[in-house]
Design a protein around this ligand. Structure first.
Ligand code: PLP
Length: 491
């Protein structure tokens, strides 16, 4: 076996299907016609139809080869920070594909889908248990959608208290979706600076919090991978002025079974089932961002929700204070099945262990690379660690060069240049599913790249050099994208 990490196998030059097709090729055998030929009405096909003629094997090889140019968590480590690109056990996919679930029609009445409703009901219960909060809506389709739902709940809560508030506090380490969701709901986002230790300071929150402010949106652990230690005091300050606390729970992978959101003072929190709970993400597939709330806010949750009455389950829509529907039918049900299956197969202890390993793995990388790459913050991290390219500045090597060189060694690059508070950030989230051997290989590769930066910086400037697509001119790629693909040079 080749011990050098990397993707140096046979890389075929794949033409477009139109360049590959030959008139007369086809992918199926049809018996010869026993009726007279009739002229075809070309207008039925619409203007300018131009299908290539191809055999079955042409098509299969074409798409299989294209798929091999891709990179996924099934082919290697994918250490994107603040994204939790972890490996998801295949058993959860299998359950989601069970015909009884996959084919359940969304228009079926409650009596015909008791099993489906039971799963939704129990999942609501599990997510409440995991977060420490009281009630859950499974409707939102993504993290950002959960945030918008949360903001609508904030708004409804304040109007029900005869209060109109126009602002919301958002730390400078927040995910970009936070201010966007708040703005979509009509709130003005007021940034709160994190301190020199990468955390929120309660005094900064106190200075900004007033009675025109609906509340605060914060992420814990934050997007630097650090736990906001003053969260309880900050929540008390916000509550004292009549505000609410939104917790962005996209980083829950670090704290399952460790942190109780309600005890932290959080009123509304969304989870990313497509980060923490076994739905693969990236590529724009369906997700789910369930919203969990305290008892006081339960009445505002979107409908429908699954409820249990005696031994039967029903979808409850009669909730007069509800903000209304935020998604059609049952939400993204396939994603809910994966989460349910994941939670049951892991158990409470297993979920807790996953978080402990996620944190251990990030700290293992942090400890092994801190003498090679500049560490943005000295404190131990949670699920991700943030380095920068400061130590490589002298060699005129940047974060982008380091990330591109990782591709040559067969690793997906980590998140770069985010969060914005760390110039040249390299944000690594290994997740719990990488074993020590793989972490060691990643660490060795990062060290090798640092060595190259010092002695052969041109290797980094020209990276990636071993894969199909070489270093792109990023500005041209963004401004003048070549969507037909023929211009891709193969040098
Ligand atoms: C991913 C993420 C979001 C947004 O979730 P989407 O499902 O992509 O909308 C919000 N906040 C944080 C911290 C995230 O990591």
């Amino acid at each position: 076996m080749n011990k050098t990490p990397g993707t140096s196998g046979l890389i075929l030059d794949e033409p477009l299907l139109w360049e590959k097709g030959k008139p007369g090729r086809h992918a199926m055998s049809i018996p010869s016609s026993d009726v007279p030929a009739a002229p075809m009405d070309e207008s039925l096909l619409g203007a300018e139809v131009d299908f290539p003629d191809l055999s079955e094997v042409d098509v299969v090889r074409h798409y299989t080869r294209l798929s091999q140019w891709n990179f996924g968590v099934d082919t290697g480590m994918y250490p994107l920070g603040s994204c939790t690109m972890k490996y998801n056990p295949k058993i959860n996919e299998k359950h989601a594909a069970t015909p009884a679930f996959a084919a359940a029609h969304p228009m079926l009445g409650d009596t015909h889908i008791q099993g489906v409703l039971q799963i939704m009901y129990e999942l609501q219960h599990f997510l409440a248990e995991i977060t420490g909060l009281d009630a859950v809506s499974l409707q939102p389709a993504a993290g950002a959608h959960g945030e918008l739902t949360g903001m609508l709940i904030f708004h409804k809560y304040h109007t029900s208290h005869n209060s109109r508030r126009s602002k919301i506090l958002i730390p400078d380490t927040a995910h970009g979706t936070n201010p966007a969701s708040a703005a979509l709901c009509g709130y003005k986002a007021i940034p709160v600076k994190s301190n020199a230790r990468g955390m929120l300071d309660k005094n900064d929150v106190a200075a900004l919090m007033d009675e025109d402010t609906a509340g605060i949106m914060l992420t814990n652990p934050n997007t630097l991978g650090l736990f906001e230690q003053q969260i309880r005091e900050i929540a008390d300050i916000v509550h004292a002025k009549g505000g609410l606390v939104y917790g962005d729970g996209a980083n829950m992978n670090a704290v399952l079974g460790v942190v109780d959101a309600k005890k932290c003072g959080i009123d509304v929190l969304h989870l990313n089932l497509h980060k923490t709970f076994s739905t693969p993400h990236g590529g724009g597939g369906p997700g789910a961002g369930p919203v969990c709330v305290t008892k006081d806010l339960e009445q505002f949750l979107p409908v429908p929700r699954a409820v249990k009455e005696g031994d039967t389950y029903r979808l409850m829509t009669d909730q007069s204070q509800s903000i209304g529907r935020v998604h059609g039918f049952h939400g993204n049900f396939g994603v809910l099945i994966r989460a349910y299956s994941y939670i049951l197969s892991m158990g409470a202890k297993g979920l807790n262990m996953a978080s402990q390993l996620a944190v251990l793995n990030a700290n293992y990388i942090r400890a092994h690379l801190k003498d090679t790459f500049h560490l943005a913050y000295e404190t131990p991290c949670m699920h991700e660690c943030v380095f920068s390219d400061k130590n490589q500045h002298d060699y005129k090597v940047s974060t982008l060069d380091i990330a591109k060189r990782l591709i040559d060694y067969g690793f997906h690059p980590p998140t770069i240049y985010f969060p914005l508070v760390v110039p040249g950030a390299i944000m690594i989230e290994p997740t719990e599913t990488e074993c020590k051997d793989d972490l060691d290989q990643f660490i060795a590769t990062m060290k090798r790249i640092a060595h190259e930066a010092e002695h052969q910086p041109e290797l980094l400037h020209n990276a990636p050099s071993r894969c199909k697509v070489k270093r792109l001119d990023e500005v041209t790629a963004a401004r003048c994208p070549c969507l037909i693909g023929t211009a891709q040079a193969d040098d």
